[in-house]
Ligand binder design. Structure first.
Ligand code: GDP
Ligand code: ZN
Length: 313
């Protein structure tokens, strides 16, 4: 058996990159589970797997998944009660957003960070389409940059169209495995094409994503930009729901709230109506962000509504 890395998965077949850089088509036999949870894909891009070659056809069998260093998981967009692993064993994530075309969806950044935070995966946020930002958009950007950099997520402006802002991006990527993510239409494929024109990823037309939501990327895929530099492109995200999470999962992963929570009177404080809450104090003093807090409360309410309906239906 040899160890390889999953670079693409289409559902029934997995493409595995072997140490000699050849890519072998593999199947998986048997059931793999994630700590008892139902997942739509037992093996994800980035997973290290043990492969045994089949006797003919040049295809392989995946016999074992090597323990994951980390992974990014979301509720499956198609099957509500299943989880979907976006990628495994990554060094960092780059979130591509834009302030206009399409307009930035309030709360999306915080929802995304909720996926990376459980494993402390570093996130950088790239605001694409900088070429069309108005003065007002720049003010919005400056505000968001301040909010997110204070919590530890660096923000940059980039323009795939004008090929500007690529120095920082290139520097960040060197010798790392980086996940690229973003809502459909933000220009993620265009940004990646700007990094590696030979990939020639399909880019969408505004009318396509504004309308029926046609996807250009359907499966996650890992590309090599150098010997030790890899990127994982993932399908554009429409929305992120968190029905699989508990309240604690959320409160523990808004890290600046969690950091002050030992000073709340109640150990299980959710930072809403409880008396003597350190998060509330922080908001009042201005050391914590209202924007982050409002998004936090919205996610909690969504989860509680969901739990309520599940218990009573
Ligand atoms: P994806 O769905 O995130 O992969 O987005 P695409 O790369 O397919 O781009 C969606 C649309 O945004 C296309 O019409 C692109 O031409 C446009 N676009 C991408 N990057 C830029 C940019 O930097 N500036 C402007 N003005 N448009 C861009
Ligand atoms: Zn509190």
């Amino acid at each position: 058996m040899r160890e390889g890395v999953i670079v693409r998965s289409t559902g029934s077949w997995y493409e595995v990159r072997m140490p000699d850089k050849s890519v072998i088509k593999c199947r998986i036999i048997g059931k793999f589970r994630l700590a008892g949870k139902k997942v739509t894909n037992p093996v994800a891009v980035g997973d290290k797997v043990m492969v045994e070659m089949e006797s003919k056809g040049g295809t392989g069998l995946i016999k074992e998944i090597v323990d994951r260093r980390n992974y990014i998981i979301r509720q499956s967009p198609r099957k509500k009660h299943f989880l979907h692993i976006l990628a495994a064993n990554i060094d960092q994530a780059i979130l591509i957003v834009t302030i206009r075309e399409p307009m930035l969806k309030q709360g999306f950044i915080d929802r995304f960070i909720l996926m990376t935070e459980p494993f402390d995966i570093p996130v950088s946020i790239f605001f694409n389409k900088g070429d069309i930002y108005t003065d007002e958009d720049i003010v919005t950007y400056q505000y968001l940059k301040e909010v997110y950099e204070q919590v530890g997520y660096n923000c940059y402006i980039i323009s795939a169209l004008e090929h500007k802002g690529y120095e920082q991006l290139n520097n960040l990527l060197t010798n790392k495995v980086t996940l690229f993510s973003g809502q459909s239409g933000v220009g993620k494929s265009s940004v990646i094409n700007g990094l590696a024109p030979h990939l020639d990823l399909k880019t969408g037309d505004i009318s396509e994503y504004m309308g029926k939501g046609q996807h250009t990327t359907t499966f996650a895929e890992m590309y090599d930009l150098g010997d030790n530099t890899h990127i994982i492109d993932t399908p554009g995200i429409k929305t992120l729901s968190y029905n699989h999470l508990e309240v604690q999962d959320v409160s523990h992963n808004f890290k600046e709230f969690f950091a002050v929570s030992p000073n709340c009177r109640f150990q299980d404080c959710t930072h809403r109506n409880e008396p003597k809450c350190a998060v509330k104090d922080g908001l009042e003093e201005g050391s914590l962000s209202e924007l982050r807090y409002n998004n936090y409360v919205k996610i909690l309410e969504e989860i509680e509504d969901q739990n309520y309906w599940e218990r009573n239906s």
